[in-house]
Write a protein that binds this ligand. Structure first.
Ligand code: SF4
Ligand code: SF4
Length: 397
């Protein structure tokens, strides 16, 4: 990543192009919550530029506003001047952490652990076991039944040997938290890809994408990037099933990375059978919509599933999960989720389901759907397709 001094220079005038138009203000969740100009993209950019030009000293107030941003990147989508806001945010946070800004011990521990995914997976074995027997030790933990011991790499090898698909090759990125805690989504991904004749490999040597390090300003992402570049160097199309990981990985490796949602949506999908729910609401993760520019809903996937569906209201707005935001800023994150999930209070369907494409968003949504008895839960879109395949007998035919 370029240093902020390189980004904000006379040689790169487009990066000074904030024309103060204010189009980003109403798109920004922290501005909508507070009405505070300094808590908006335009305000933060003005603060950072003033600091960089030695017109303003870094203090607790400037750090406060830098930390308040959820990193949803909604401001980038609407900005007519092409200000690379996310890049500036991450670089600013890295500089502040390097200069000694406080980071919660739990976040530092998480940043240390994601760089050791095998240890993380071993430490979270009890969580997988608890989830498998239907226990959820925290309100962010959504229901699911992951394999306790069989890794996604081993599972993919087993399915590949059993079915010998001969279609497009896919290198699957499995992630750290996804593989350690929510492995059932990775296994569903393998099943769905193999059912659609994709040749799935899980390259050895891959590691965490480093999104949380990038988001929190912690060091270590460059080392992870190098390992992932090497792991995926010779591979075919890299597919990720977590929007946040896909954004971070896409910037780091040379091989093109695709989000599973858009990858599947381009296949001639095997049809499934509808789930026993009346309606599916699809919520697009910010790092898919704003970060990766995937803005059209995956109609072919929903067509294969067969249920009635629609975009969730305010599908382009942040649910409040951004990185570890729901841990570091629980009040803001809760308010963002309340705004987004309010439609479920008026929903007239007997049974609806919230569908998204990022496990971290699912953790945040879990706290909202748990309070709505007519919403049967939150699922990853590949889990919904997987369940529709099970109902149609695709895996036994
Ligand atoms: S939309 Fe872009 S140019 Fe306009 S105020 Fe926001 S950052 Fe500046
Ligand atoms: S990334 Fe999101 S929260 Fe941060 S300034 Fe942009 S719109 Fe606001």
């Amino acid at each position: 990543m370029k240093r902020i001094e390189e980004l904000i220079t006379r040689e790169t005038p487009k990066l000074l192009n904030c024309v103060h138009c204010g189009l980003c203000l109403e798109q920004c969740p922290t501005y909508r919550l507070t009405g505070d100009e300094s808590n908006s993209p335009r305000g933060r950019l003005a603060i950072w530029r003033a600091i960089n030009e030695d017109r303003l000293a870094v203090d607790e107030h400037t750090d406060f506003y830098t930390a308040e941003c959820v990193g949803c990147l909604a401001c980038e989508t609407v900005c007519p001047a092409g200000v690379p806001y996310g890049e500036l945010l991450y670089e600013t946070r890295h500089r502040r952490v390097a200069a000694g800004a406080r980071v919660r011990p739990a976040i530092r521990m998480a940043g240390w652990l994601v760089q050791r995914p095998r240890l993380m997976s071993a430490l979270l074995t009890p969580l997988r076991a608890l989830r498998r027997i239907g226990l959820r030790p925290h309100r962010f933990i959504f229901p699911g039944a992951p394999a306790v011991l069989e890794s996604t790499a081993a599972y993919a090898r087993r399915l590949m040997a059993a079915h010998s698909p001969d279609g497009p090759p896919v290198a699957l990125f499995t992630g750290c938290l996804m593989e350690s805690a929510f492995r059932e989504i990775n296994h569903a991904t393998v099943r769905v890809l193999v059912a659609n004749n994709c040749r799935v490999t899980v390259p050895e040597g891959q590691t965490c994408c480093g999104a949380v390090l990038e988001h929190e300003g912690l060091p270590g992402k460059a080392g992870l990037d190098a390992r992932n570049r090497a792991a995926f160097a010779d591979g075919p199309c890299v597919v990720t099933n977590a929007a946040g990981c896909g954004l971070a990985l896409g910037h780091a490796i040379d091989t093109p990375a695709r989000d599973l949602t858009s990858f599947l949506n381009e296949l001639d999908l095997v049809p499934g059978s509808p789930l026993a729910v009346e309606h599916l609401y699809f919520d697009i993760p910010c790092h898919l919509y704003h970060g990766q520019g995937v803005r059209t809903p995956p109609e072919k996937i929903f067509s294969a599933i067969g249920n009635a569906w629609s975009l969730a209201p305010n599908a382009d707005r942040c649910c409040g999960s951004g990185g570890a935001y729901n841990v570091t800023h629980p009040e803001n994150a809760g308010a963002m989720l309340r705004e987004k999930s309010a439609f479920l209070d008026d929903d007239s369907h007997d049974r609806c389901m919230l569908v998204t494409a990022n496990h971290v968003c699912m953790m945040q949504w879990q706290t909202a759907v748990a309070k709505r008895p007519r919403c049967v839960g939150v699922r990853h879109i590949v889990q919904v397709l997987d369940e529709s395949y099970q109902r149609a007998g695709v895996y036994t035919s």
